[in-house]
Design a protein. Structure first.
Length: 278
């Protein structure tokens, strides 16, 4: 249960959801070959993302009142060894299986996907501590939309992939606004620290607008939902540009992928059911 808490299950939607949509964009509701990847995108990969993050963020997490709640764990130094071993034990078997069964391009993409999130927090790269690069590196959340079709021998749907890349860049920076004070006190300069709440709202709004345009190439209803929710987040932050506003709006930010993803998934599955897609 402790490892599950560290993996932040409320955020699993960002990996499992994009993996499932990646399958559906190939034109089938289910493909048994995708099941091992979907399983990997549950506890194993999310523990890799957030466990490694917690190990290297102990300084700022100690100052953050959100940690120790559903929004993330506050680990103890004595737990570091447990997390490292658990990450290795849960991920290495999957990676070996992928190497043995998947096309090499898909294995390469999976390695990049995992590597970006490890080095988001871990030295020597530590993207988290590099303004703009921290936000841009989180485009990797969109990679399952590319990994799945390559693994299944299908054509990637590039507007969806690039749209989710842009969406993920925006959301990462926006969510970091609530942690500006703690990051600044710990000596960490994120995009949000560098730009401030107002500047980050403009940065995220620009990327969310790009994602809306790209989603509109595939589905106008999905683009409309994306524009509506991101518009509320951006306008509210511009009206009250403080970290407190970021904390107040974080529940809506968490709900964002659930709402938009449900609309996208429902429309996609309905299109397949009625023979409209692919």
């Amino acid at each position: 249960m402790r490892l599950i808490h560290i993996s932040r299950p409320v955020l699993w939607i960002n990996t499992i959801g994009s993996g499932a949509v990646g399958v559906w964009l190939t034109g089938v509701p289910f493909d048994l070959r995708a099941l091992p990847i979907i399983l990997w995108l549950t506890l194993p990969f999310n523990l890799l993302i957030y466990g490694v993050n917690d190990i290297f963020d102990q300084d700022t997490d100690a100052l953050n009142s959100r940690k120790g709640t559903i929004e993330g764990a506050r680990i103890h130094p004595r737990e570091v060894r447990l997390i490292v071993w658990a990450v290795a034990a849960l991920n290495i078997p999957f990676l070996i299986y992928f190497l043995l069964t998947l096309p090499l391009p898909a294995v390469g993409l999976i390695a990049i996907y995992a590597g970006v999130f490890v080095f988001y927090s871990a030295p020597p790269l530590q993207f988290k501590r590099r303004p703009f690069l921290d936000s841009l590196s989180n485009a990797a959340y969109g990679m399952p939309l590319l990994i799945m079709p390559i693994a299944l021998g299908a054509a990637p749907v590039w507007p969806a992939i690039l749209g989710l890349f842009a969406w993920s860049i925006a959301k990462h920076a926006y969510d970091a606004v609530q942690d500006i004070d703690e990051d600044r006190e710990a000596g960490i300069t994120t995009t949000a620290v560098r730009l401030g709440p107002r500047g980050t709202a403009i940065w995220s709004g620009a990327w969310w607008l790009v994602s809306t345009v790209l989603f509109a190439l595939i589905s106008l209803p999905v683009a409309a939902v994306n524009l509506a929710i991101s518009g509320v987040l951006v306008v509210w932050m511009l009206a009250r540009p403080t970290p407190a506003t970021g904390r107040r709006l974080y529940p809506l930010s968490i709900a964002f992928p659930y709402i938009a993803g449900s609309v996208a998934s429902g429309l996609l599955l309905a299109a397949m059911f009625f023979g409209i897609y692919p």
